[in-house]
Design a protein around this ligand. Structure first.
Ligand SMILES: Nc1nc2c(c(=O)[nH]1)N=C([C@H](O)[C@@H](O)CO)CN2
Length: 128
């Protein structure tokens, strides 16, 4: 643990298949019509303190992360999935004790005939 942020223990807290509606897209119709994006989040944690204390205060509260991400995405109106993914990743790294994360963003139905379309990014907290 450094500055309250767990260092790389190899432990992962994941939050997958989080579906949120928002404005996302480059075409005129997409600026008026909300679409569903699906997020998979893998976040670096160290679960040992919480596993010892059995106290939520000693770990990352995934419900708090979910609520914050849902509120941000629902209010967003970006054009590219790249922008939305980067902003969600930055928000989590700034506001929660997470040293690194992997974020997968799928834009359901973005391309006719394609089952899934989106991207995966990995970001690490950069300590000053
Ligand atoms: N690299 C990207 N390519 C495209 C995006 C995007 O967000 N990133 N978006 C679109 C359209 O909005 C599409 O999702 C809807 O037809 C096309 N290409």
């Amino acid at each position: 643990m450094r500055d309250g942020v767990p260092q790389d223990s190899g432990d992962v807290l994941y939050l997958h298949d989080l579906r949120v509606d928002c404005i996302i897209g480059i075409w005129d119709w997409e600026r008026q019509t909300r679409q569903t994006i699906v997020l998979d989040l893998d976040m670096g944690v160290d679960i040992r303190a919480a596993a010892t204390s059995d106290d939520l205060r000693d770990t990352l509260d995934y419900k708090a992360v979910a609520k914050r991400v849902i509120a941000f995405v629902e209010a967003s109106e970006f054009r590219l999935v790249e922008t939305l993914a980067e902003r969600v990743a930055g928000l989590i790294l700034r506001e929660f004790p997470v040293p690194w994360l992997r974020l997968r963003l799928d834009k359901h139905g973005a391309i006719r005939g394609a089952g899934q379309v989106g991207l995966v990014i990995e970001r690490r907290r950069i300590d000053p």
